[in-house]
Design a protein around this ligand. Sequence first.
Ligand code: B1M
Length: 211
Amino acid sequence: MSNVLNSIVDSLANLDMDNIIKFVKEAIEKFDVRSVIDALAEGMRVVGEKYERGEYFVSDLIVSAEIFNEAMNIVKPKILELRKEVKPIGRVVIGTVYGDIHDIGKNLVKTFLEANGFEVIDLEVDVPVEKFVEAVKQYNPDIVGMSALLTSTMIHMKDVIDALKKEGLRDKVKIIVGGAPITEEFAKSIGADAYGENAYKAVEICKKLVE
Ligand code: B1M
């Protein structure tokens, strides 16, 4: 990784808002958007490690999210520039599952989907099972996307899939799941159609799902 990308990782890991903005502005002129986002995601991973080691507290996690979002305000216009060149290709209902308020990954997935021609209905965070079901009835999406960051909340993805089955809606939509604790095996085990390891892969998969 180049110096400036490393500096992004370090400044996010050290919760250094002033410097990260400077580094992100410099990096988006020199590198593609993906490299900058990967550096930001790596910084968040280090923040998570520091939290696990007891060096950071929840208040630090909140600050890290604020810094990430500030940095994304600089990066996002570059991602959305792509949008002008793409035709509408499908509709996605997306949300973070019940009990879970982590939204940074979901928002990245949303931004990349929009940049690639998807219409995205964002149910935001802590989304109850019934709200996903209602959204499928109301918006008739091609795809339902669910995000979870906690091992204690990922099981609600299965609850949503089961509820869609019960309502006879499961076969009307494709389902993609993602988030740090989610794996391909877990996705299969709950009856999802796909697992998105990251935002870029999620877009590639969603494109295939609407073909
Ligand atoms: Co939380 N948190 N947090 N946190 N937090 C984690 C997830 C944790 C791993 C930290 C740690 O211990 N190392 C840990 C979970 C442990 C576990 O369950 N095994 C944890 C914990 C414990 C908690 C609390 C319980 C802490 C507490 O209160 N005691 C609490 C829970 C609150 C709740 O949700 N009910 C909590 C709170 C928070 C904040 C609110 C303070 C804040 C989130 C702010 C926000 O999102 N607006 C926060 C943060 C920032 C984190 C870490 C540090 C960073 C998460 C992040 O944004 N990563 C996180 C550590 C970690 O993940 N290693 C941690 C960057 C983001 C780009 O990555 O979200 O993984 P990610 O998304 C990726 C992929 O996963 C994928 O694409 C994205 C981009 O490539 N992806 C999808 C995500 N969703 C997808 C959906 C798809 C496809 C791909 O299709 C639909």
